[in-house]
Structures are given as C-alpha cells and as structure tokens.
Design a protein around this ligand. Structure first.
Ligand code: MN
Length: 302
C-alpha cells in the first residue's frame, strides 16, 4: 500500500511501539486546521511541529524548537507524515525503537494557512504557548528552516548577551544591618554564566550540557560556578538573570532566588546551593560554612 502513511508504517512495529499505527489512511481532502507540537526526548531532544493537512499530519522535527525571536531562524527537518491520531499521542517509545524516548504535548491549537507549496509553507499558529505568523522554507532536501514573521510576543525579550558575572569583593567585617543580607558559600571553581535555550545548555562539559534537556522547555540564563568534585564537574547555579523571555536583573535578590528555586536545578551534575538569611554570624558559624571558604554577602531586597 503506497499512501501518505507508508513511510510512517515502515519505520514502526505496532507490537513494539505505543504510538498509533492505523491500518488505513483517510483520503480526506479537507485541509484541516489543527496542529500539535510534541517535545520529544529522543537521542537528541527536539520539538515536532505537526500540521493537519489532507487527512494526515505534515511533520517537522525542530531541534531548537519553534523560535520566539524573528532574529533567529531554526532548522526544521521535514519528517514522514504522521496519522491524525498522533494529535493526542503522549508516551514513551521504547529504547532501540525508531524515535525511542519520552514524548509529550508541548502545545496544541489551530492554524491558518496563507501559503502551502512543496518548498514553502506560510502559517499562523494559534496555540496556548506558541502563536504568530511563521514561514517554513526548504533549504536542501529534508532540511527546512522555520522563521517567525512578526515581532516576538509582547513582553518577550531575547536573552541578553555579553553579560558579565557580578564578582564579589572581599570584606573584613560582616555588614552592620545583618537582616538585609543573605549569605552564600564562595565555591572554588570556574565562574560561568549558563545560557539555556532550545533544550541546550552552553556549558564546558558534556555532563553539564545535559542540563538543557533537563530544564526544557524552560529557557533561562543562570549564573553559577563549575566546581569539580573529584572527576565530576558540578554546576552550582546560584542566580538567575533571565527567564523565558523576561530579564530578572531588576528584581531583588530574594525574588530572583524564589524564581531560581522554582526551576528545581537539582540533578546529577547541577545543584542550587543554599543561601542563608538571619545574619552573617549564623552563616559564618554554620557547619557548611566552616568547611567552605569565606561567605559571599549579598544584599536582600530592593
Ligand atoms: Mn520526533
């Protein structure tokens, strides 16, 4: 049977995958308006944009996700058409099978088609998380690009570039107004800003780059330090400078800490180290501090 789903069926064994594998393909001529974006933790994290079209889902694998910024075009690899049943599919494809890994719905909604040609598709997405006018255009074979054709959504600002970490300075005394300060340990290691976007973390060790998929779809700019505990690098994330399109640099320390803790940056090779409030003497004399280096006072509040 040679129809629009023959590639899809050929790549899958219905006995081994939880994915829908329908025996027949509807010969629907209706254009359809539904779309879904799957977040797919396959060997390499990507997002699958699927557009209902002529009874199937035209599909593109977008390694860095659908761009929010018109200044950044993202690669979109044209993949085989998927059945309409895939609009609601979530699950884990067993390791070793085609596309093995966890897949869940990142967004869904409807879309309008402004142009649909073999090498160029112009659409307007109306999703919960992703909305706006986009063009997909073929560059070579299966490789296409996706470009946002309008300004970012109101309130969304790109991650700042060229930010320098704010370095602590040595002090001989604890600050007089203790209650207004928080205290952290000063970790011996390499201070690093970690941009995390499109499921990728820009960090110097492979173990640390897994932070990108772990936080996805969250995008953020973390401030921290790479500490080597024995052979293992660990990124200690102690501050947050930008989160999902919003700068946090004007927020007080305590508010940034709350947002940072909400990200749950705790994994095999990354942690959010504690901070101490209630006065510097407490921090200096706490067991953790006794083993560490001089504490790093930071002012709390505006
Ligand atoms: Mn995929």
């Amino acid at each position: 049977m040679n129809d629009r789903l023959s590639d899809y069926r050929r790549k899958r064994d219905p006995k081994r995958t939880p994915e829908p594998v329908p025996a027949s393909t509807p010969d629907g001529a209706a254009p359809g308006r539904r779309f879904v974006i799957h977040q797919h933790h396959a060997r390499s994290l990507h997002w699958d944009l699927r557009l209902e079209r002529d009874g199937v889902l035209a599909s593109f694998a977008v390694p860095r996700g659908v761009p929010r910024d018109p200044a950044r075009n993202h690669l979109a690899v044209h993949t085989e058409d998927h059945p309409l049943e895939y609009l609601d599919f979530e699950g884990t494809i067993p390791a070793g099978e085609y596309g093995g890994g966890r897949m869940f719905v990142y967004d869904r909604g409807t879309y309008d088609t402004e142009k649909w040609r073999d090498d160029e598709v112009l659409i307007v997405l109306h999703g919960e998380r992703v909305s706006g006018r986009y063009v997909l255009f073929q560059t070579s074979g299966k490789d296409w690009m996706i470009h946002r054709m309008e300004p970012p959504e109101p309130g969304w600002a790109p991650m700042p570039s060229g930010v320098r970490p704010m370095l602590s300075t040595a002090g001989k005394r604890l600050p007089a107004n203790d209650a207004e300060w928080a205290f952290e340990l000063a970790w011996a290691g390499e201070r690093r800003l970690a941009p995390v976007s499109g499921g990728r973390a820009e960090l110097p060790f492979r173990e640390l780059r897994a932070l990108g998929p772990a936080l996805a779809p969250t995008e953020c700019l973390l401030d921290g330090v790479v500490v080597e505990f024995g052979p293992e690098p660990v990124f200690m994330a102690f501050d947050l400078l930008w989160l999902d399109g919003k700068s946090t640099m004007d927020l007080p320390y305590s508010a940034r800490r709350d947002l940072l803790l909400g990200l749950d940056v705790n994994g095999p090779n990354w942690q959010t180290p504690p901070h101490f409030t209630g006065g510097g003497r407490f921090a200096v004399h706490s067991p953790g501090a006794a083993k560490g280096r001089p504490t790093r006072p930071r002012k709390v509040g505006p």
